[in-house]
Design a protein. Structure first.
Length: 618
């Protein structure tokens, strides 16, 4: 049975790359939030410890009359300061700064004010348990059911469950900062609300985020809102975790003798540069330790631990120096990892990863979704999977300059869709202005029509796709379905999945202002509503500059795949960070399906093999 804790589960919901690593190794750490450079440390753990200590004193059975008589913020703060906080806050002045100590003290005072308000609004107050039902208690192995009838056990420790005068019984999460990803806070609240509902049948739980910054700011969420977040964001992740557990159990039951598993790509012997990397960095007064080495199809990855006091920026800024010192043919790609720094040395020529071999791997063949895609192979020889039926990867934006391997990637994605579907369940609309990617495909049962080339045809196609999407919604509503996949699973194939693949959409964007506005309007509508109706977009360009890849377009297409691009600006536009300008080309890419880009090598399918997939479906 699969098991996960709340911190891991919320990270898995926002970072599918992290989820892939965790499924492979459950010891994979959850990234810790960092205080911004120059920011005041918020000491969230100490805040929780002090609050929990006071609640424990207040909520003891047969509490003394003075404890029950506490009413005002000043009275509660005096008790907290004298009994618990004074020594800790004063120690912060010495170990961190007066600003950090003041920030913690003000946050604690705001919490005391909140406690006083709960006390005042409790009409039948007999003990502090009247307002604070529970505080920092363990929810162990709560069984949450998944779609196939199995369960995933989730464990965690919510901060508090309170009786709020406005919102009723609420699960509360204390936060001392907003962080860079507020979605994580809402996910945590939704997960705890579901766990409490399962652990305490008959009770309903709303949610409350209490941000102490250091003044209190409340963010309430109704039970219905938390349920919607859980169903749309958390449940699909639990389904995937349970499916992976079932797959691993099946694989373990298959006897394969003592023969080692053969890689579909055959690595060439590459020299170990670990010691040389350490010496080179040390020569620039940047002490590091190489912790490990992994060989991938297109590169050799070194895992580096910086010396004490050495920032990541120092390692990245010396990348050009290391290229020269080590005699590398290309600048190494230096990226932050979980507990280490990644240092990628690219091969002069990547090893070929054959599509035919990879699509037969169990990770893909056992995947339940008909729209599961194999993007490529990651650094650890795992398939990088994406599911168009998943809201986080429902539509894709792909960028890559000439020679990056963009066309071969698109062909491998199309090949995978065709292999996993019949024409009755999948229809493809291919837009290829230069006929360089899909030019060899003739009229075919998988296609909605001829391959489109000009701008007018492309816009007309998108208009028709929007009309088709709205028609599908009407049918789904009339038949009480919430998504097309459920309808197809019941054997109704008159409405197949529809995937629109647009190679080099920049031609349309650059044709005129009105055309650009109309293209963005149509893609926005399709991306916002298309997933449930089974309509999906995969669009690609050689020129991911700010005029082509606008902010609106990026926001509407959640999955990003960036192959080699011309410069760091293009990488920043597509992935929100530089790095893709240093990729090797020939299918070397960074995919972003969560918060952290994952490096991979795309699959190669020869043209003859690609066309043969369509040959008997004319």
């Amino acid at each position: 049975m699969a098991r996960i804790n709340v911190s891991q589960l919320k990270q898995a919901c926002v970072d599918r790359g992290w989820l892939d690593r965790w499924l492979d190794d459950p010891a994979t750490p959850v990234p810790m939030p960092m205080t911004p450079a120059g920011g005041i440390p918020v000491n969230g753990r100490l805040f929780h410890q002090l609050v929990a200590g006071l609640v424990q004193k207040l909520c003891v059975p047969d509490a003394s009359a003075p404890l029950l008589a506490l009413r005002s913020r000043e009275q509660i703060w005096a008790l907290l300061w004298d009994e618990l906080a004074a020594a800790k806050v004063q120690a912060l002045v010495r170990s961190q700064s007066a600003e950090a100590a003041l920030h913690l003290a003000e946050a604690l005072k705001a919490w005391c004010q909140r406690l006083a308000e709960l006390r005042a609004n409790c009409p039948n107050f007999k003990s502090w348990r009247s307002a604070l039902l529970t505080h920092e208690f363990d929810l162990k192995r709560v069984a949450i059911q998944v779609s196939d009838g199995g369960v995933v056990e989730v464990s965690g420790r919510p901060d508090s469950v309170q009786v709020d005068p406005v919102h009723g019984i609420v699960v509360v999460d204390y936060k001392l900062s907003r962080g860079s990803n507020g979605t994580l806070d809402l996910l945590q609240l939704a997960i705890y609300a579901r766990m409490l509902r399962l652990a305490k049948p008959g009770l309903n739980f709303a949610g409350l985020l209490e941000y102490y910054e250091p003044g209190l700011h409340l963010v309430p969420k109704t039970e219905a809102q938390l349920n919607a977040i859980f169903e749309h964001e958390v449940q699909p992740v639990l389904d995937r975790i349970a499916g992976h557990e079932k797959l691993m159990s099946k694989l373990k039951s298959v006897q394969v003798g003592h023969e080692a598993v053969r890689l579909s790509w055959q690595p060439k012997a590459e020299p170990d540069l670990g010691r040389d990397i350490e010496k080179a960095y040390n020569s620039f007064k940047v002490p590091v330790q190489v912790m490990g080495r992994v060989e991938a199809p297109q590169l050799v990855r070194y895992l580096i631990r910086p010396g004490l006091g050495i920032s990541f920026a120092k390692l990245r800024s010396n990348a050009v120096n290391l290229k020269i010192q080590l005699g590398l043919h290309a600048e190494p790609l230096v990226m932050p990892g979980s507990g280490h720094v990644i240092f990628d040395v690219v091969k002069e020529k990547p090893d070929t990863v054959w599509w035919q071999d990879e699509v037969q791997r169990a990770e893909l063949t056992a995947h339940a979704s008909p729209l599961a895609l194999a993007l490529g192979v990651d650094i650890n020889n795992r398939l990088i999977l994406a599911d168009l039926c998943d809201s986080n990867t429902a539509h894709a934006l792909i960028g890559g300059s000439s020679g990056s391997g963009k066309s071969e990637l698109l062909k491998s994605l199309v090949a995978t869709l065709v292999k996993r579907n019949r024409p009755e369940t999948l229809q493809l609309t291919l837009i290829d202005p230069k006929l360089l990617t899909f030019g060899g495909i003739v009229e075919n049962a998988y296609l909605t029509g001829p391959i489109l080339r000009d701008i007018e045809e492309s816009l007309a196609c998108l208009h028709l796709a929007v009309e088709d999407m709205e028609r599908r919604y009407e049918i789904l509503l009339a038949e009480n379905h919430t998504r097309l996949g459920d309808r197809i699973a019941q054997g109704k194939t008159d409405l197949p999945f529809r995937v629109i693949i647009f190679d080099e959409f920049a031609d349309l964007i650059n044709s005129g202002r009105e055309e650009k506005k109309e293209f963005e309007r149509l893609t926005k509508r399709l991306s916002a509503k298309g997933r449930a109706a089974g309509v999906h977009l995969i669009i690609a360009t050689q020129r991911p500059d700010k005029d082509v890849v606008t902010g609106q377009l990026k926001a509407n297409l959640p999955m990003k795949i960036c192959l080699r691009v011309t410069n760091a600006v293009n990488s920043q536009i597509l992935l929100d960070e530089p790095g893709a300008e240093h990729l090797l080309g020939r299918g070397d890419f960074l995919s972003q399906t969560g918060s952290t880009p994952v490096r991979g090598q795309s699959l190669f399918i020869p043209q003859k093999e690609f066309l043969e997939l369509f040959a008997d479906k004319i």
